[in-house]
Write a protein that binds this ligand. Sequence first.
Ligand code: 3PG
Length: 334
Amino acid sequence: MSYYTYRTPDSYNKTAPRSVFYTTLVKKMKVLVATEKPFAKVAVDGIRKEIEAAGYQLALLEKYTSKDQLKEAVADADALIIRSDIVDAEVLDAARQLKIVVRAGAGYDNIDLAAATARNVVAMNTPGQNSNAVAELALGLMVYAVRNFYNGTSGTELMGKTLGIHAFGNVGRNVARIAKGFGMNVIAFDAYCPDEAMTAAGVTPVHSAEELYAQADIVSLHIPATPETRQSINYALVSRMPKGGILVNTARKEVINEDELICLMQERTDIRYVTDIMPASDQKMQELFAGRYFSTPKKMGAQTAEANINAGIAAARQIVDYFLNGNERFRVNK
Ligand code: 3PG
């Protein structure tokens, strides 16, 4: 075991849990970065710098292919940085020393929050750190769709079209900013966001999802996967879209009712679906909707050096700040 250079207990915030004081003072904290889809190397270098500057050690588990590998790697970790990696009760049980898990990104539906709370593990995300990258990809998917997937035929332009943003969080706001640069008319629906925040961004608020879909030539999804939103993008909603409607998904596949979307796209041969999260029925959709359906092979929205650096380093800093100061600002399992 390697020992931590002595620092006076006064340098630690008294609100941090007892186990944190003990571990920080007695042994070197181990921070595991476990990413089935790895960060760019430059981001890992940045994370390492933060972790080592705090006197902790960094361990890496990249491109792992089984839960057992994750369970083995996390067994002696005090802190864990993940992306879309699944941290469920089984993984948490294997992580006997774990005090904090940080999802380097926005959506934390991959962490069993109740199981983390039950085991006194703090769970955090890093909101906003990768949102520009996801927004740029959403606009890229829109261009790809209106230009007929670059098949050589004449497409249409985004300028002058109405874009409906479904949820006006960090990604939705970035999508609005970029879409306005394209000359789009931007409307948005978000039950949790005041109208003023939208109007200040030059976006027209609408007050129901039904209204949004009825008015938008293109809808861009930015809702999280929650019990409330699961399968909520269904036949009734998407069928409201005008002729030639395009649905863009850079959020989560779980929010789509795939059976109903397939049914609608069979009836409405004008509707197109482009997604960054491969549906469970990808094969079927490819066969049925050639030229109207596209999915990236692997979720690519946050896969930029910048997003990896921003989210990865934010995660590392949040861990250090939690251990040293007990800062729980980005905690999601309160
Ligand atoms: C997020 O929730 O932050 C995005 O979906 C990006 O996820 P990723 O880190 O797995 O690419």
